[in-house]
Design a protein around this ligand. Structure first.
Ligand SMILES: Cc1ncc(COP(=O)(O)O)c(C=O)c1O
Length: 417
């Protein structure tokens, strides 16, 4: 067995001495975060729209189900790493009623400790060191880092959209085929994720059909992250598994974090291709003992109860989106309303085009107290944009727009002098 030596002094003095960690790119948000912390510590009124961390409380019926079971000592033992049967069956039922998709709760569903954990361990299960994975970019970072953690290589594919907020599907799939034909060894897998974070782009069923066809033809495994399944404002986003043949080559990840306002509970699922699901199940059987059982019971309850709470959450994000779009438009920063997700992906406005996204995010924080995510945090292709997360109430989003408007107007008048 050979491997890269620990670099630098012995004993190691920094985490970067470990080659796999040293190869991870610098965390671009660190600088913005440090400045944010300093402003909060100084008592400033910071409007934090940086991280996609939902602020809405988990619906009461789900919390009550947890409380009912949390006190029962029989649930305090290790649970099942692949998730209790009742939860896997609730997921299968959810796919049946919602998408008319049949899943075998034994072979085709595994519970994960959130989608992030699931994706990371799926890559560990599927990849050999040096395997290449195709990842559209801008990218939700774990789609890329999971591959790096597993010792694989990432080949990014530019992700672009049309004026209506749809993915430019033909261009994306042509780039996938180009990458397959020009990369050796041949890429092993493709990540997709629609509705998309951070760009908010959506994909329709015909795009997913073409994507399945391209993956079949090129022997690519397909991994679809469906974290924003419930956040299409104009049309219901399709599940990958609704596409005939998708289950033969792919899996889908679904999360309780956004749809049921349960980000801190850490519950997600990987469903679909039995070989891939079982590979992840095997890895997890070595690594964890399952989520605290009352949480799993409450998650099953959430999936099996009425879904009005999901609709209410989506409508809250829609109103917030509208509030931010209109206050930014009044501020002189027109941004097209996103068709989906809980984000806005905004091109850096004209007067600040000489700044990169980190510099612009820092300027916004310094001059307005509004925190946004710099686009560069989502890969090079995200440069030139910032992302707003809709995680504050409407009045705070309007206040953010007003503060930004003052800076834009100030800047414009300074330029005229
Ligand atoms: C595309 C995408 N996938 C996954 C996640 C995280 O999901 P989970 O909380 O289930 O790990 C997020 C959270 O922001 C996301 O945007």
């Amino acid at each position: 067995m050979s491997g890269e030596a620990i670099s630098g002094a012995w004993p190691p003095r920094s985490s970067d001495a470990f080659p796999r960690i040293g190869r991870l790119p610098a965390y671009v948000l660190a600088q913005v975060n440090a400045e944010k912390r300093a402003r909060i510590d100084a008592g400033d009124d910071v409007i934090d729209l940086g991280m996609g961390n939902p602020d809405l409380a988990t619906p009461e019926h789900i919390v009550n189900e947890l409380l009912t079971h949390a006190a029962d000592g029989k649930h305090h033992r290790y649970s099942a790493s692949r998730g209790i049967y009742g939860l896997r069956e609730a997921v299968a039922e959810h796919y049946r009623t919602r998408y008319d998709v049949t899943l075998d709760a034994e072979e085709e569903v595994v519970v994960t400790i959130g989608v992030k954990e699931g994706i990371t361990h799926l890559m560990l299960a599927l990849l050999e060191p040096g395997d290449t994975v195709l990842v559209p970019s801008p990218v939700y970072p774990i789609h890329k880092y999971s591959v790096l953690f597993a010792g694989g290589q990432v080949r990014t594919i530019p992700l672009v959209g049309d004026d209506q907020g749809n993915v430019a599907g033909d261009a994306l799939l042509a780039a996938v085929e180009d990458a397959v034909n020009s990369t050796w060894p041949r890429p092993k897998a493709l990540f997709l994720s629609f509705p998309h974070n951070p760009t908010t782009l959506v994909a329709d069923r015909s795009f997913l059909e073409q994507a399945v066809e391209v993956c079949r033809r090129n022997q690519l495994l397909l991994i679809h992250d469906f974290a924003y399944a419930d956040f299409g404002f104009d049309a219901e986003p399709p599940s990958l598994l609704q596409i005939p043949g998708a289950k033969e080559i792919g899996v889908e990840f679904f999360s309780m974090s956004k749809s049921y306002c349960m980000p801190g509970w850490r519950v997600g699922f990987c469903v679909g291709n039995p070989a891939m699901v079982q590979a992840l199940t095997r890895v997890k059987s070595y690594l964890d003992y399952g989520i605290f059982q009352p949480i799993q019971i409450a998650a099953a309850h959430a999936l099996r109860s009425g879904q009005q709470c999901v609709v209410a959450t989506r409508e809250t994000y829609r109103s917030r989106r509208d509030a931010l779009v209109s206050s930014l438009a009044e501020a002189g920063w027109p941004v097209a309303p996103p068709p989906a997700t809980m984000f806005m992906w905004a091109p850096i406005p004209g007067p600040f085009l000489d700044l990169d996204s980190v510099e612009f995010a820092r300027l916004l924080l310094r001059e307005t107290g509004v925190v946004v995510s710099p686009g560069a945090g989502f890969g090079e292709e995200g440069e030139g944009h910032v992302r707003f997360a809709l995680i504050e109430p409407e009045d705070r989003l309007r206040e953010a727009g007003e503060r930004i408007g003052r800076v834009l107007r100030n800047h414009a008048s300074v330029q005229r002098i």
